[in-house]
Design a protein around this ligand. Structure first.
Ligand code: FMN
Length: 460
């Protein structure tokens, strides 16, 4: 199975308030190279496939109609740019892959192509790009982008992808770089082509600025969950992050994704699907319980509320606590209200109930949604069930608390998975690039959907 670890260059990624854990180092570490280099080396010693950096632009300001709660409780702020961390972490490792979120809404395609070619060169072919179209509400005040309807963002991203892939794949022919000192020819201009494009959103007429990197196109990751997002993933992505809520729904979602890929003319088995899960681990049952208690103690109620409001766009502070839930716009929160209705046993639910639910960390238990909790044996059992029942290819793990959780993932969980033959014990030296790690030795190049005839995804 494939194992990625998800992080972000912020204090206590994903777990608002956990930076307060006395042994957590992320509050200072997130802005130091030593912290990231150590983490990368630790993950490499456990043969993890890739370290994945999430990233957003802007500060959540929906709750209390202000950025203040996010700033106070550190809700994805302060945040440094993860792209700058990657070359340093790559220099200190040889095999670990790196992937990073980068938005099609904030950066021109030409700039994106150059950045990822640079990262692919500097990491020796170990880079992946998590393609995000971004929540533009966040960015309105930053001046980075205008509001744009959700599905149109994906239409624009389709054009963006076609363009950057042409820069990576078509601009510089193989053999264009000559290094011929006698004829003063670094590269042969006849083999370097302009990419000419005049589309609905983008125009370009220029050759790519970088010579071909080991993978040319970075490994393409995607994490959309809407219908439009899934179609986008099926068309472009090689690796998809999912957040499956259970086995049955998960199996259907996995089959649906592979089916969508098939309809795009791609080999459905050429898609790697990774389930995102929080990980709260203890060496034994008592330590797991202690970690769960710490999680409940240090989670920030204000931080959880500010994040929820930012994600849904709904300011829970703007309604009286006794207002019935039916006063709120439906839509974004159907699953939460369904959940509360079940728990509320028929009583009329209020905004106060919702606020309490949102601010309360979910109690860790072995069956909690999107969470792996327990001893290494219990967690490995659960992972095996996920693999068997949903046919995912692996996991994108989010250790909690970040510093201790990452250490325990490497020192406790991975050895258990290795004992069961589920995790690699060493990197395969024949797999030189991140793409080869996921798809096998020799598979170095990205293949566009249009290049497939429905069969051999990486053929030719
Ligand atoms: C594991 C995972 C990681 C994600 N990382 C980011 C990220 O770093 N930056 C971002 O803007 N969105 C991120 N997202 C959000 C998705 O890219 C996407 O915008 C969101 O799931 C909504 O998709 P949809 O609009 O297709 O429903 C992530 C989602 C998941 C499940």
């Amino acid at each position: 199975m494939y194992l990625n670890v998800l992080t972000q260059c912020i204090p206590a990624p994903l777990f608002e308030g956990m930076w307060r854990h006395p042994e957590d180092q992320s509050a200072l570490g997130y802005r130091s190279l030593d912290y990231w280099v150590n983490m990368a080396q630790q993950l490499e010693s456990a043969c993890i496939d890739a370290l994945f950096f999430a990233d957003i632009h802007g500060v959540y300001d929906v709750y209390q109609d202000s950025p203040a709660p996010s700033i106070q409780h550190s809700v994805q702020v302060p945040a440094i740019d993860p792209v700058l961390v990657i070359p340093a972490a790559a220099a200190a490792t040889r095999n670990l892959g790196f992937a990073v979120s980068y938005s099609t809404s904030y950066h021109a395609p030409y700039q994106c192509a150059r950045l990822f070619s640079s990262l692919d060169h500097l990491t020796g072919g170990r880079i992946g790009w998590n393609i995000v179209t971004s929540d533009l509400r966040l960015a309105v005040g930053t001046g980075l982008a205008e509001q744009c309807p959700h599905d149109e963002r994906y239409d624009r991203a389709d054009e963006y992808l076609d363009l950057v892939v042409r820069l990576w794949e078509d601009s510089w022919e193989a053999g264009a770089v000559r290094h011929d000192a006698a004829s003063d020819t670094f590269a042969d201009p006849a083999r370097v082509h302009r990419v000419d494009h005049a589309g609905r959103w983008y125009r370009m007429s220029a050759p790519h600025q970088c010579e071909p990197s080991p993978q040319r196109t970075p490994v393409l990751y995607q994490a959309g969950s809407s219908d439009r997002g899934l179609t986008f993933a099926a068309r472009h992505a090689e690796l998809v992050f999912v957040a499956l809520s259970g086995f049955r729904q998960g199996r259907e979602r996995v089959e649906d994704l592979r089916d969508r890929a098939r309809r795009q003319g791609r080999d459905p088995e050429g898609l790697r699907i990774l389930q995102g899960m929080c990980l709260i681990l203890g060496e034994d049952a008592a330590q797991a319980r202690a970690r769960a208690e710490e999680y409940e103690r240090f989670s920030s109620r204000g931080g959880l509320t500010a994040k929820w409001c930012g994600w849904t766009g709904l300011d829970l502070a703007s309604y009286p606590a006794e207002a019935p839930l039916s006063d709120l716009p439906a839509g974004q929160m159907r699953s939460v209200t369904d959940f509360l209705r079940q728990a509320g046993a028929g009583r009329e639910l209020t905004v106060g109930d919702l606020r309490e639910h949102v601010a309360t960390p979910r109690r860790p238990n072995p069956h909690a949604r999107l969470m792996l909790f327990g001893t290494p044996e219990q967690v490995a059992d659960r992972m095996e069930m996920w693999l068997e029942r949903t046919k995912i290819d692996g996991f994108n793990l989010m250790p909690c608390p970040p510093t201790l959780g990452t250490r325990d993932l490497c020192e406790l969980l991975v050895p258990e998975l290795q004992r069961r033959g589920l995790a690699r014990k060493s990197y395969d030296t024949a797999e030189r690039t991140l793409r080869e790690r996921y798809f096998g030795s020799g598979v170095t190049r990205y293949v566009r959907a249009a290049e497939n005839n429905g069969g051999n995804r990486h053929g030719g």
